[in-house]
Design a protein around this ligand. Sequence first.
Ligand SMILES: Nc1ncnc2c1ncn2[C@@H]1O[C@H](COP(=O)(O)OP(=O)(O)OP(=O)(O)O)[C@@H](O)[C@H]1O
Length: 262
Amino acid sequence: MLLFIPARHPDIYRYTTMRLSKVSFRYRRRDPFVIQGADAELAPGDVVELTGVNGAGKSTLLRLLAGLSRPTKGTIGGRPAVVGFAPDRFPAGQPFTVAAYLRHVSRMRGGARWEPWAERLHMEHLLDTPLGELSKGGGHKVGLTQALMAEPGLLIMDEPFAGLDAATRAVLPGLATEVAGRGGIVVVSDHQGGLRGLPALRHWTVADGRLHEPSSPAPPPVSPPDELVTVAVRVPAGELPRFLARMRGEGYPAREIEESAR
Ligand SMILES: Nc1ncnc2c1ncn2[C@@H]1O[C@H](COP(=O)(O)OP(=O)(O)OP(=O)(O)O)[C@@H](O)[C@H]1O
């Protein structure tokens, strides 16, 4: 399976809008269309959650977006030059350990650094494991690392939360935000709502071959400024990171402040 679409000039495509125009796809002539007449735009910085029942066509649509399959009808334009694709099942048939495989992909990517991603995705303990012996979650981590290491302008993740340990699941929304924050487009199929906390998350759903973008759930009401209050809380220094993470996780803009000398 091709996991990367090679590129020479990643930066020139960073800020393009992708357009799907009347995209239809079927696997074989005479088969029914899996995707029918999909029209959509993806702007730089968009993060999209893709849902649909099993067999609805999510993986098929993701492969079309990534350029791994070509539309039977219609066009997809404006695809960023560097595409990172993390598949739902990592291909295990290659005779490499994880580290050897990532070094190999790195060479293909002109020396892209994989080590920081391996660290952030908590996979140091897997580096000497042969690809064929990885668990589902371990395979996902390798797939995510190879997708992220080249700083993709388009990052596609197919069910990335499935099988991941809790610590690594918690890292993914931040990674998606980083890619989007530098102008990339992120599209993620996800049954588990792992990205739901992200502001401005777009929702796509595939049903009966049709791509819909239901209006997003209404954002939580914002209090007018005169209802906001600032509170100071003293916590033991050792508990600060956990406390800040918890507050931020609940949506409060918590930060550490220096206490003035008394
Ligand atoms: N290589 C293939 N050849 C023929 N048909 C295929 C192929 N891959 C998928 N299909 C069919 O296309 C349809 C959509 O499959 P797809 O894997 O895209 O769905 P999905 O929404 O990702 O499902 P799931 O949630 O189970 O992963 C299904 O009917 C499936 O059987």
